[in-house]
Design a protein around this ligand. Structure first.
Ligand SMILES: Cc1ncc(COP(=O)(O)O)c(C=O)c1O
Length: 277
């Protein structure tokens, strides 16, 4: 998310829209806002699929609509699919939607999330269009480091021998995701949340459990609240843009016992807060 600004590019964000039903948040792309955000100098669209932080896997219809709009406006799609192997439902890569879209897409992937090897510094881009690939190679030359032998070896081992391990991880994460959902629905219904289709992240709407905190001070208040009162470090929603203010991201990629401890402490903190008011 910091890359466009770091390269002095204007990042024209298109906020997602959400609906809420029985405490569950569902995020979608606002296609009117998407089209309205395009201007003559728009060159690239950065897609996150599966989406961090909402955990959405975009449907083939949504991908087709994005891909065709980008073709129509001569915008290259950069599809960050780093979480594509950590999914609980079918994930369809953007570049498989149609041959035309494939020619207009740069797909970014890495084993770092899936196999928990970010320190190995290995990632890759899949670019079917030779001209686009050459432009990409020119742009990264001398800026992006080459992959080291450790990273290459770790990635090869992960992709060659990691299937059974990965399936066990996905099964574990799916149960943890369901546990998080059930816990919030039963004990903390004031906090609304997504049910991620992929990733190990749940997106929480924390705005309603402390209605007495004035809206303009909420962002400063909520962040230290869970850290100090529950000793649980969430990611601040505002890190993901202005619409994220008042939200938080919970990472559930940990052992079930630690996750339960964290959830219990969050519930206790919220209950203490309610009785102390
Ligand atoms: C969607 C997404 N893309 C890319 C990255 C970068 O991952 P890495 O530094 O392991 O390459 C992250 C890391 O948080 C991410 O969430």
């Amino acid at each position: 998310m910091s890359a466009p600004a770091a390269n002095r590019q204007i990042n024209n964000e298109v906020p997602l829209v959400y609906t809420e039903q029985n405490g569950i948040l569902h995020y979608e792309i606002d296609f009117d806002a998407f089209e309205a955000a395009i201007n003559p100098s728009t060159r690239t669209f950065l897609l996150c699929h599966p989406h961090n932080p909402t955990g959405r896997i975009w449907s083939t219809d949504e991908l087709k609509q994005i891909g065709e709009l980008c073709l129509e406006h001569d915008i290259v799609v950069v599809s960050d699919e780093i979480h594509c192997d950590l999914v609980f439902e079918q994930h369809t890569p953007m570049a498989t939607i149609s041959p035309e879209i494939a020619q207009n897409t740069i797909t970014l992937m890495a084993p770092s999330k899936t196999y928990n090897i970010p320190s190995m510094g290995f990632s890759f881009a899949i670019i079917q269009n030779p001209e686009l690939r050459q432009r990409f190679q020119m742009a990264e030359m001398g800026v992006v480091p080459h992959v080291g032998v450790m990273g290459y070896t770790a990635a090869l081992a992960a992709y060659q021998y990691g299937d059974d391990w990965l399936q066990a991880v996905i099964d574990y994460l799916r149960s943890s995701r369901d546990l998080v959902t059930e816990f919030f629905q039963e004990y903390l219904p004031q906090i609304k949340l997504t049910i991620p289709q992929g990733t190990y992240l749940t997106w929480l709407d924390t705005r309603q459990f402390a209605m007495d905190v004035p809206a303009q001070g909420f962002e400063q208040w909520i962040d230290p609240f869970f850290l100090r009162q529950a000793r649980v470090a969430l990611n601040k929603g505002a890190l993901f843009g202005k619409p994220g203010e008042g939200f938080a991201r919970l990472n559930f990629a940990t052992s079930r016992s630690l996750l339960l401890q964290a959830l219990d402490r969050m519930r206790d903190a919220v209950e203490r807060y309610a009785t102390q008011k």
